[in-house]
Design a protein around this ligand. Structure first.
Ligand SMILES: CCCCCCCC/C=C\CCCCCCCC(=O)NCC(=O)O
Length: 572
């Protein structure tokens, strides 16, 4: 009797599995067809951009291509170059960068028309040019742009073009900027590599076996390969700062209420306490400053979205010469960075001291706890939203490790956590991070609020204006590693949890001596350290950034210090 019952259950289970598998296979075939169609559309958009770029004569193109941001802006303002010529030049530059890095999702065809319309308006002698007049700008794929998909790397979200521009894009267009290209992201956005089944894998401009970072990895690759002068990324755990640090570019994640979130689709909708934000990415700090000074010049954003407080650009704070007190750390007590990332912080510290600031050691409290709270609150529902979407899609192989972790039921993770803690304590502790219940989640939200208070008290008590620390624990990693080494985001994630402003600026490049230090002084005491060590080999010449962070609404202080570090490094 028991045997019959068991055998029947087995048959039903096998049948259920087979039906599930057959349904999924059928869906995969449909999805692959969609991918083929989308890739053909992309090829068509590249063709369009190439033909448009070819209409520009070579001399003009070379002249415009050589202009740095401020000169390009000035030339557009004084009319020595036209908007259409600027767009065609940047179509050309992005095509070249894309051939090297696969960083472009779609060229924005309308950019041509918008440029011609601005040029037409500029013929009127009474026309007052807006401040970003004619400036070509790249946008991360998930930034809402009317008529274009925001797929976040999911095939199921292709051919669902956004109906209305996001508030930031509306403002960019009003200010005269011309979005000309959408850039690539990792599937789900919740990763710091950059690959998805729709548009494929974006590579680092200096080493194609490595990632340009993520999730704003299309932006960092395009900007670093000189295919864009200014772009918009997004960041919920490091997605602007890590790609910048990997590629030698610069960017800032403002505290989240300095921009509108209306219509913006992050990695997990309905996430109250871990705040993502858009932010500028560029080749240098001055460009990001100029951009933010322009978009925060007035309260236009607040007028469109009353949830954004009317906080405008504070030039006094940015231009202040007051000497500041800065807390610095090279190790957060959760993940010791590889030697080169520590050296970068010490060099930035020296630069800031030479500029007259006071640098004091600082230890952020409870970082192992912070990373657990972060993972719980960033996933919100223990990964259900993401795993459902992924199961209904073609899953990018570079995301497999993370996907498996989201799929293992939380009670099973909890059951094995204690056993795993005995031989891999850090992983074991994160195995309790996904939430088991609403009650646990509520408690974590309360803990995050308490942590914000604790940090505020510390910063006030120690009279600190800013913090200086690594961006992440290694130089740019091979494509497959970030999904295994998500624990390495503690240096960036903490500032999303705190909702601080945080930016990344390039300081140095990996040297042979750094590689020797890695061999001699970096102990691979657990599998994550072993991964970090193994994949930091062979990185001589790759850029390394540092991070500056300030409490909310002090973006101007953050940028001032980033600029001072940059000046100390480049002499310009
Ligand atoms: C051992 C069990 C662990 C559970 C599974 C954890 C899965 C990893 C979850 C979070 C990793 C966070 C990586 C963050 C990278 C940067 C992402 C980002 O900023 N994205 C932008 C956005 O989402 O808008």
């Amino acid at each position: 009797m028991i045997f019959t019952l068991f055998a029947t259950s087995l048959v039903f289970f096998a049948l259920y599995l087979y039906t599930w598998w057959a349904k999924r296979e059928k869906r995969q075939v449909e999805l692959r067809k969609i991918v083929d169609r989308k890739r053909a559309d992309r090829a068509e958009s590249v063709k369009f951009a190439r033909e448009s770029a070819q209409k520009l004569n070579l001399d003009t193109r070379n002249k415009i291509a050589a202009l740095e941001y401020s000169k390009l802006k000035e030339a557009l303002q004084n009319g020595s170059i036209s908007c259409i010529d600027a767009v065609r030049t940047y179509y050309h530059k992005a095509i070249l960068a894309n051939e090297k890095t696969n960083s472009v999702c779609m060229f924005v065809k309308e950019a041509e028309r918008w440029a011609l319309e601005w040029d037409e308006k500029a013929k009127d002698p009474d026309f007052k040019k807006p401040p970003l007049f004619g400036l070509p700008m790249s946008l991360k794929e998930c930034v809402p742009l009317e008529g274009y998909d925001q797929t976040r790397g999911f095939v199921q979200d292709t051919y669902r073009p956004t109906k209305v521009d996001g508030v930031l894009v509306q403002q960019l267009k009003k200010l005269g900027a011309i979005p000309y290209v959408q850039t690539n992201v990792p599937q789900s956005l919740l990763s710091y590599n950059c690959s998805n089944p729709v548009y494929g894998k974006t590579t680092h401009p200096m080493d194609s076996t490595r990632t340009s970072g993520g999730s704003s990895g299309g932006e960092s690759a395009l900007i670093s390969a000189d295919g864009s002068i200014l772009g918009i990324g997004g960041d919920v755990g490091g997605s602007i700062r890590i790609p910048c640090a990997y590629t030698g570019t610069t960017g800032i994640k403002p505290s989240h209420l300095r921009f509108s979130h209306r219509g913006v689709c992050g990695s997990v909708p309905g996430r109250p306490l871990i705040n993502s934000n858009d932010g500028p990415m560029a080749q240098n700090v001055d460009t990001t400053v100029d951009f933010l000074r322009t978009v925060w010049a007035d309260t236009w954003i607040t007028e469109q979205d009353p949830y954004v407080p009317p906080v405008t650009w504070n030039e006094d704070v940015y231009s202040s010469t007051k000497k500041l007190k800065i807390g610095y750390y090279i190790d957060d007590g959760w993940f010791t960075p590889t030697p080169v990332c520590q050296r970068a912080v010490m060099e930035a510290k020296q630069i800031l001291e030479d500029a007259g600031h006071t640098l004091v050691p600082f230890k952020p409290p409870k970082v192992p706890e912070v990373i657990r709270m972060f993972i719980r609150a960033v996933c919100v529902d223990a990964g259900k939203y993401l795993s459902r979407k992924l199961m209904n899609d073609i899953i990018d192989p570079l995301l497999y490790t993370q996907v498996v972790l989201w799929m293992v039921p939380v009670p099973v993770q909890r059951f094995f956590a204690n056993i795993i803690k005995t031989f891999f304590p850090r992983f074991g502790s994160l195995m309790t991070s996904l939430t088991l219940s609403t009650e646990e989640l509520r408690c974590t939200y309360a803990d995050i609020e308490a942590y914000r208070s604790e940090m505020s008290n510390l910063i006030i008590e120690k009279n600190l204006d800013a913090l200086l620390c690594p961006v992440t624990v290694t130089p740019a990693l091979p494509h497959v590693v970030p999904s295994k080494l998500f624990a390495g985001t503690s240096y960036t994630a903490i500032f999303n949890l705190l909702d601080y402003a945080a930016g990344s600026v390039n300081v140095t490049y990996v040297t042979k001596k750094d590689e020797q230090d890695l061999e001699d002084n970096y102990e691979p005491s657990d599998p994550w350290y072993a991964l970090a060590k193994q994949h930091s080999r062979g990185t001589v010449g790759l850029p390394i950034g540092v991070q500056v962070a300030t409490p909310p609404y002090r973006e101007e202080t953050c940028l001032r210090l980033m600029r001072e570090i940059e000046r100390g490094v480049t002499g310009k």
